[in-house]
Design a protein around this ligand. Structure first.
Ligand SMILES: [Zn+2]
Ligand SMILES: [Zn+2]
Length: 456
């Protein structure tokens, strides 16, 4: 068995690893690069997509599934293996990404035309995304071994990261490789706690927060509540840039609990202004039997975090635009999570310069994004081609992370029976810090560069 690190090596995004065993070629994820790495999406794959037999998809985040449409367009004829929720959510995520790229390419085409240059093509279009979905042909369930060809088999374990996310256990020729995918954090709403790592010869683990602890979830909820109350009490409106997948549902969950307990004003109007977020929320409702115990109990009631009197969901662009004219008393949850597009950008343009309003960040902000610039304390930012002063209150709540923090990663890895440990999916300093932490427990972790291989 040979493992080659294609993407998310010494960086967070672009998760993709090639496993070769007896001529069988399997990709673990085929994700898109985002933020400052985005231009790497233009590079050709360092393998022939036509020769790939399977893609094992850990979960539906774009940095794990986002290049599957390109893979299919470039000749992939194999099967994508995923859980049922992952397949349904990936469809929404890929179609949304295709729309965004088509729009972006159209804008660029007008600029290119003025310069007398040929129009740029989108990375993939809606047709490519739909073709990709035809390959999502194999469903996998947690804890049930799935036999592939040539004696290779795969088992999924709940990664507790987002709905449907999996830890991959790949067995072949007497060897086992385990891949954390993105590993969740413990004691969070909706998702279950991550499963322990299976015994393996090689454990490949993510290290997004390998250098940082998270604040505890309950402390984060208190911070979140206080930020909201600060803004509402001065007559402002709160903007929450939120990733459509998992974070939006988690934010609604927390807002519902705060509202129900009267910890935020009962009169507050909460608006989910995200077409993608609403669509993903519907998939979550459908799979509420995949939630943890508390989640299943809560969602057994007709009034629940996705359906309660203070919450409304915008249906149209007009509904969204109407929010520009409301004064205070609102909480607007909108995508995209890093403010790189979507309706949040419009809301930021209308509110970032207003002292009474507030922006509460609840997710990771990659380098090079508008969200990161605001979080890093920029006095003015460019929003939709316009300079906007940052006068609104800015909060960053870091304990809502869907990723294990440093302590959780150390505990999970040191608790595993693993022959060797490889660290991926993290900025280099985060991975180095995690490796240092592991060396204290006698574990010598490897941090591969893109293109590196390990033979088992
Ligand atoms: Zn993820
Ligand atoms: Zn990821």
């Amino acid at each position: 068995m040979k493992l080659t690190f294609v993407g998310a090596a010494k960086t967070v995004t672009g998760s993709c690893h090639l496993v070769e065993v007896e001529g069988l070629k399997i990709l673990l994820d085929c994700g898109m690069y985002q933020g400052h790495d985005a231009e790497r999406n233009q590079n050709p794959f360092p393998f022939d997509p036509a020769n790939i037999d399977y893609v094992i998809l850990t979960h539906a985040h774009l940095d794990h599934c986002g290049l599957i449409p390109v893979l299919v367009r470039e000749g992939f004829r194999g099967h994508v293996i995923s859980t049922r929720p992952t397949a349904e959510i990936a469809r929404l995520i890929l179609l949304d990404a295709a729309h965004l790229q088509e729009e972006e390419a159209e804008r660029e085409a007008r600029r290119a035309a003025r310069r007398g240059e040929p129009p740029p093509q989108p990375l993939f279009d809606v047709g490519d995304a739909l073709s990709a979905m035809d390959h999502f042909s194999i469903r996998i369930e947690y804890g049930r071994e799935l036999a592939l060809d040539r004696g290779v088999s795969v088992v999924f374990h709940d990664a507790g990261h987002i709905l449907g996310s999996g830890i991959v256990e790949l067995r072949a020729g007497g060897k086992t490789v385990a891949f954390s995918g993105d590993l969740g954090s413990w004691n969070r709403p909706i998702v279950r706690d991550p499963s322990p790592a299976p015994p393996c010869d090689l454990l490949m683990c993510e290290g997004t927060y390998g250098d940082r602890p998270h604040r505890s979830f309950s402390e984060s909820v208190a911070e979140f509540r206080d930020a909201i109350n600060t803004v509402l009490s001065r007559g402002g409106t709160v903007l929450i840039p939120s990733f459509a997948l998992e974070r939006t549902q988690e934010v609604l969950y927390v807002l519902y609990e705060l509202w129900k307990r009267g910890e935020i004003p009962r009169s507050v109007r909460i608006v989910l202004d995200s077409p993608l977020g609403s669509a993903v929320t519907r998939v979550f409702s459908k799979y509420s039997d995949w939630f943890d115990k508390e989640g299943r109990e809560l969602f057994a009631h007709p009034e629940n975090p996705f359906r309660f009197p203070a919450l409304s969901i915008t249906r149209s662009v007009e509904d969204s635009k109407r929010l520009n004219h409301v004064g205070g008393g609102y909480i607007i949850v909108a995508g995209s999570g890093m403010c790189t597009g979507g309706r949040i950008v419009h809301h930021l343009r209308h509110r970032l310069w207003r002292e009474e309003d507030g922006v509460v960040f609840v997710g990771y902000q990659a380098r090079g994004t508008l969200g990161r610039a605001i979080v890093d304390g920029a006095k003015t930012v460019r929003v939709m081609g316009e300079e906007v002063a940052v006068k609104a209150g800015i909060w960053t709540i870091n304990g809502f992370s869907a990723h294990a923090d440093r302590e959780e990663l150390l505990r999970w890895i040191t608790g595993a029976q693993a022959g060797q440990v490889v660290l991926v999916h993290g900025e280099e300093n985060a991975l180095e810090s995690l490796a240092q932490g592991l060396s204290a427990s006698g574990i010598d972790a490897v941090i591969p560069s893109p293109g590196d291989s390990i033979a088992l």
